[in-house]
Design a protein around this ligand. Sequence first.
Ligand code: FAD
Length: 315
Amino acid sequence: MKVIEFLEKANKTLFSYEIIPPRRGGSIQGVFDLIEQLMPYDPPFIDLTSRSAEVYYEEFPDGMIRRHVKRKRPGTIGLSAAIKNRYNVETVPHILCRGFTREETEDALIELNYLGIDNVLAVRGDDLRQDISNRSGKTRNKYAIDLVKQIKAMNNGQYLEDLVDATPTNFCIGVAGYPEKHYEAPNLSTDIKYLKAKVDAGADYIVTQMYFNNQAYFSFVDRCRAEGIDIPIIPGIKILTKEFHLRTIPRNFYVDIPEKLSEQILEQSQEDITRVGIEWALQQCHELIEAKVPCIHFYIMSSATEVAEIVSQLK
Ligand code: FAD
């Protein structure tokens, strides 16, 4: 079932989750254990993030170029299918521009289609090391909009090459939005203009970057609506559980942590920091439910314990 159908049919706020595949060679059991904590709360869909390999090229004096892969995190496609089959829950694999040719993306989408996966989240990815000029003659998607266009074309039966018996896919397409603007965008207006272009290209729904002040989300939604973006905008929530999150989250995700939250965290012992983080996210969720958002999307890193505690209270 498509994410957009869940959202249309829901008569109250849904809760969805985003998890990270294990490191290369890591056990799938850890992911299953995490999902089992969430299953009592009937997740409509679970997102699986994707990571491109980090690649660098070595040039030799004779002109030869060797490609080295530094680190790779495969598993998004396999895990999406494994979770869907094992738990009968819809999964949303993330598909990236960076690190993949359009040909590789097409192959991945064909695999997903055969596996019965109905949803994908189309994002650009951040790995700047992938930006080395393309030496193979293969084509690449530069921005997420290019990826949306490719997926939409496949939904219309248009593959990269003219195929005689091309079967149209039927993916529901999610894209990313940034209440506090994307870090490369000169301002929020420009960023929303590009977001509108992704919607016009065929995106069905938006999931926001994590944020810790609901006002940022509400005003982002108002500005999107004013620009003519009329698809669902799902807020992304992350629970702060560690003191070091005060540094790593702004550094990695370019988001602001409200003074009141950072002060409360700095005053507490480790045990109480988790409590502060849970209370803050719970308050955010209460406000979002009150505002009748279609779904709340929780970013989960290594543990689902805190999210399960929050959702058990909200359900
Ligand atoms: P885009 O929509 O392409 O935008 C990137 C930047 O370019 C923005 O500043 C935008 O304003 C600008 N822009 C867009 N179009 C144009 C244009 N035509 N011309 C000029 N500028 C333009 N990363 C991963 O590696 N793996 C994941 O699984 C993953 N999942 C994510 C899930 C969510 C919900 C979110 C919010 C982010 C996720 N990311 C993930 C991070 C994401 O890849 C980065 O934030 C990335 O830098 C931007 O991705 P995007 O899809 O928003 O890019």
